[in-house]
Design a protein around this ligand. Sequence first.
Ligand code: ZN
Length: 291
Amino acid sequence: MTTLAIDIGGTKLAAALIDKEMYVIDRYELATPASKTQDALQICLAELVAPLAARAQRVAIASTGIIQDGALNAINPENLGGLAHFPLVEVVTRLTRLPCIAVNDAQAAAWAEYHALREEIGDMVFLTVSTGVGGGIISDGRLLVGTGGLAGHLGHTLADPNGPRCGCGRIGCVEAIASGRGIAAAAKDDLSGCDAKTIFFRAQQGHPQAIALKQRSAQTLARLIADIKASTDCQCVVIGGSVGLSEGYLDLVSTFLSGEPKTYRTQLLAARYKHNAGLLGAALLAQEVIS
Ligand SMILES: [Zn+2]
């Protein structure tokens, strides 16, 4: 059976055909519509699935935001603007006439990374650090979704009560400090206006403020990991995302984590998948639910 997997992110939409061995056969990408209205997203989705739907037997969607009862609810309006509530499964079912499931993208990526683990592990947490900070929790071999779809949104736990306001409305979330957007927002003087990629490049050249910003992100993530260990007793944390997988970042997190008491440390692993984790995880979940 072939799955049409769709990934809906704040900056791009991707769709791929995935076979039963989890190989990506065909893949397309489009920019997320700038207007971020329901109509614009619907038109983009129609364009994306048109060349692929006839060759698929089911659809699996991984999307940013909270997915509850097949609908997308934006947790951070900065990511998805006017899409406060979008009936994702309903729309895609209508477009493709195929059975369809939807799951949060970080939860889906967590499931893909869990299946890629080489060791036999029951409890794993996945963190993605890129524009935002997302997460997914595997407990006793099962993906935690939660009745409202909120489980694993670890980027919105508290890092600093005196920190900046997060796009979700809380003050001092991990995401507001450790994410690419958080790093860029804290940049001053000659780094003001630079994105995280540029700041990390400058850090490698020895720029003191850039080094401090990178360290602040990694330290915030290390503290989150200690909290995660305390709350889930996970055997490992897998870290992905463009910031998470950038040169030297994981080592820095590991150094800060080694400063925590031993009880709160855990094994850190780099994510195996870069761009396709959400697509593959959603396809794996669909394979289990839609036979
Ligand atoms: Zn937040």
